[in-house]
Every structure is written in C-alpha cells, then in structure tokens.
Ligand binder design. Structure first.
Ligand SMILES: Cc1ncc(COP(=O)(O)O)c(C=O)c1O
Length: 280
C-alpha cells in the first residue's frame, strides 16, 4: 500500500483516489480495462494492450476517452512515481458518472483510473513447480472478446477453483474448455500446442498473441481448435498464458496428473523465450 494512483488526470495517494458512486462502472459494469506487465521498469507488449483497449472501447461505444498520449503518459507516470520495477499497471475506462439510466448519458466524460501492482513475474515460484487447474462452468456473457469490467463469472469461477485448492479455473461451455477465468488455455499433444481459436467466446490474450509469434519463430506448431476436459486430462502438457503469469505450466487438471506432475518441456521453453523477450 502507499501507492500513487491515477484518477481522471490527477496523481494522488491511493487513499485519496476516488470516483463517484454514480460512476457507470460501479452501477452497470459499463467499462473496459487493461493489465500491462512491467519488467525492469519497462512495459511489456504495450502496443498490443493499447490496441485491444481501443477495440474494447469501440465495441461498447465509449467515445471521448483519453487520447493515446494521455494513456502513454499515465502508464509512464505511474511507473515513475511508484518506482515500479516489476509488476503490472491496471487501468480502466468507464462511460463516466451520470444519473442512473441504462441508456448512454449525453455529455459525460469517461472516467479513467490506473494503479500499479508489484509482482514477481520473472522469478515466479509457481512456474518452477507448475500449477493446478480445475474445470468450472463458464457463466459469462456472449462478448468475451471485449475486456469488460463485468467479471462476476470469472470471480465466481476463480473462487471455486481457489476453494478446491487450484490456481486457476478452466471454464467449460457445451463440453469444451473456453479459457481460464483470467488466462488463455493450452494443451500439448504430439509436440503440437492446441488452443481454442479466437472468436467472441474468448478474450484475445496479448500474451497469447506474443506466444504465437515466438512459437512461430521457433518452429513450434500451434493448432487452433476446441478441446474437452477429457482430452486435456490425457495431454502430454498443459499451460496457461496471461499478462501477469506469462506462460505458466500446469501439472494437474481436475486431479489428473499432467506430464507426470512436472512442468513440460514445451511450456518451459515457451516461458523461457517469453522471459528473454520481456527482459530485453
Ligand atoms: C478471460 C481472460 N482470458 C485471457 C486473458 C489473458 O489475456 P492477456 O494475455 O492479455 O493478459 C485474460 C487476462 O486477464 C482474461 O481475463
């Protein structure tokens, strides 16, 4: 605690960072967000995150949001003012504060907030031993391609996973894994990485995008298709990706040991490549 946060153009001590109770982010979850990793005081995959933010804003028709320059200044300002070496920047933009009415309010300025979070992204002890996953129902809405702050489905899924002693919940819909509650999901079979293709059913992860590029450069084959929990139980390897975990090996799914209970070679290699690039 004791951070400097950003609220609508101002940098403030975190206990003074406040938004209106009429903010539509609070009343309707009418907003979008981004989480960008920071390694050695530098933003990782920043362009991809800002591109996705612009798309999310356009999809929910928030206009008049802060400019790209304002976004750049906020990210850099938060890193500098908090002396952040490793962790991430969380930021969100909502449609703004107005009298409660489902329709878009007129002449309202979007709310933008941002804060830092320290985390060990490089020397993450979980990555050495691998993590456990359990499957949970996918309770979300139909536009998961939008990085919306409406996260009740993932909150309930992550809590269920936590209560079952797992690190992440893999959400299942119509018998197939969609993605993790806050990550993308992968299995490895015959040296090929399998992950669900992009659609409105999952979020297009920025880490996923970087992983595809790295895998392609290294000649690691990726196939985009759906897989069932049963197929995952029998996989040689499994892993997840996200901005706050990069590539995280999975060693157990619903109590089934994966890869003999050890992080697999493909996941380890992809993680290593990712870390090398992040530390550049
Ligand atoms: C549902 C969901 N899928 C995937 C991801 C991974 O996206 P990224 O790699 O951009 O962090 C996240 C990240 O929070 C997420 O919430």
């Amino acid at each position: 605690m004791g951070r400097i946060v950003y609220v609508n153009g101002e940098y403030l001590p975190e206990d003074q960072g406040k938004v209106s109770m009429f903010d539509r982010g609070f009343l309707f979850a009418d907003g979008v967000y981004e989480v960008t990793p920071v390694v050695n005081g530098r933003l990782v995959d920043y362009e991809a995150h800002m591109e996705r933010l612009a798309r999310s804003l356009a999809e929910i028709r928030i206009t008049g949001a802060p400019t790209r320059t304002a976004l750049d200044n906020m990210h850099m300002g938060l890193i500098k003012k908090n002396g952040l070496a490793e962790g991430y920047i969380y930021m969100q933009i909502t449609r703004g504060a107005a009298d409660r009415d489902f329709k878009f309010p007129k002449d309202v300025k979007p709310t933008m907030i941002g804060f830092t979070q320290t985390a060990s992204l490089i020397d993450n002890p979980n990555a050495t031993v691998g993590v456990k996953v359990v499957t949970v129902p996918d309770l979300r809405w139909k536009r998961r391609d939008i990085k919306s702050v409406m996260l009740l489905g993932p909150v309930l899924g992550k809590q269920e996973a936590y209560e079952k002693g797992a690190f992440e919940g893999w959400m299942v819909e119509d018998g197939y894994v969609t993605e993790g509650t806050s990550s993308n999901a992968y299995i490895v079979k015959d040296n090929t990485v399998i992950t669900r293709g992009l659609s409105s059913e999952i979020l297009a992860g920025c880490t996923r995008r970087a992983l595809f590029r790295l895998a392609n450069e290294q000649g690691v084959n990726i196939v985009e298709r759906k897989f069932t929990p049963d197929e995952a139980y029998g996989a040689e390897e499994a892993f997840l990706t996200s901005a706050s975990n990069f590539v995280m090996p999975i060693i157990e799914i619903d109590g089934h040991r994966i890869g003999g209970g050890q992080p697999g070679p493909v996941a380890r290699k992809l993680r290593e490549l990712f870390l090398q690039e992040a530390m550049k």
